[in-house]
Design a protein around this ligand. Sequence first.
Ligand code: 6LW
Length: 507
Amino acid sequence: MKYKNPILSGCYPDPSVCRAGDDFYLVNSTFEFFPGVPVWHSRNLVDWELIGHCISRKEQLCLNTGSQNNTGIFAPTIRFHDGTFYMITTNVGEGRDIGNFYVWTKDPAGEWSDPIFLETPGIDPSLFFDDDGRAWYTGTADAGIYIQEIDLKEGKLLGQPVSLWKGTGGAYPEGPHIYKKDGWYYLLISEGGTERCHMLTMARSRNLTGGYEVCPYNPVLTNRSLPLPIQSVGHADLVQAPDGSWWAVCLGTRTFSYPPRHNLGRETMLAPVDFSGEWPVFGANGCLTETFEGPSFAGPFENAGTELFRDDFAEPELKPEWNLIYTPETVFWKTGEGGLRLLGNEKRLCDAERTAWVGRRQRHHDFESEVKLTFDCSQEGEEAGLAIFMNHRHHYEAALIQEAGRRKLILRRQIGSLWKVEKEIDYSGRTVWLRLTGSKERYEFQYRSGQEQDWMTLGGGETIYLTTEGGGHFTGNYIALYSMGNGTPCRTQATFESFLYRGGENK
Ligand code: 6LW
């Protein structure tokens, strides 16, 4: 039975995977978004269930303001050893809680520990547990890939760091992981940068701390310079299945338009790894194709390419699909009977600051989304609406706003330093239904005053201006519900109900 990549669509970059018995667990990087580091569970490597997050408490870690898409939680690694799960990663940026740290748990679906910070340089830390029970920290620094023994119980590095490899000469050797097989220590890294030159390279040694020989046919996996629908393939992690087969999860992008660009972020892909020869062969002779023959050890899999997500916000907590931007120092939101209630502060969407913003990933090129907004705004500058949001400088939104003494329904677009209210309509009602549809060509907004009314066009904008190549960094687009006071804290609460997201080929 074949499966189709991505196995995790939408902004789920830098995947890392481990196995505990017959269960697989996978994590991704999440940058400034909270909760951080989603934990996925699968038994077949193709279908994944979101079971929690490693960073789920604001007390655990501060995701600092000031920047978007390129700071916060970079590449994580998840490992299982002797009954304990470890996740190690880096909080990149300025301010509190910056650097490499790990958290641990006995239950990956439950709470993880508070961070244990390490005085190590660089990014992309990984853990390797040798047959003798010793644990090793592998990292990426200016001098290339290095290793150092670590005492995970004490949270201390032991001995000195040892430089292992600088790669094959590609830019940014990073994302290292070590695997042991048939007496060989295999070191897998990424080179070329996480864009279209991305590639995986490998070396191996009989001795963990040195004497690595380079694979004779590096890169072992890349789509660079090939006319394949998935690009930027790299940043992989390997896992051996219960039937002895080997698999790689990695990131890739699904580009469109010309020059090629992407708006869903770097997504998680799966490739078979043939370890039967002298060196492993990844994917389709070193390339990642859209489809592969799937794993057979756990029976048939679903591999749905569509999603139908509804939320009335009836539970006391936000569903795990929802993210905030930065650690929530104050709570702007309430859920439960009556829907999602947001009370905006004085900040605006265009500030890289904490605002009353709740968003979920756009996970399909073609989708529709709608929500019912009740917002009886009266104070000058109060605003609430529905946005397609790449970052604080690139977003389109439809909103109710109180401006110049009138309540208006507006369509605003911000692309870098340019922003414009494309349309404004006097709107006397306190409730409006908003609808957003997306395709590779355009994002379009519609509105109606009641569920029984016809949708009316408000307007939209080109998709290409909300792409990573158009002004983003490491993340993809979100569909966001927000409220803000445009310079003065809101007095009026915005209530969102009946949220719908429907995406994928058969939407
Ligand atoms: C990550 C690095 C990379 O730390 O991009 O794709 C960086 N690879 O390994 C941020 O995702």
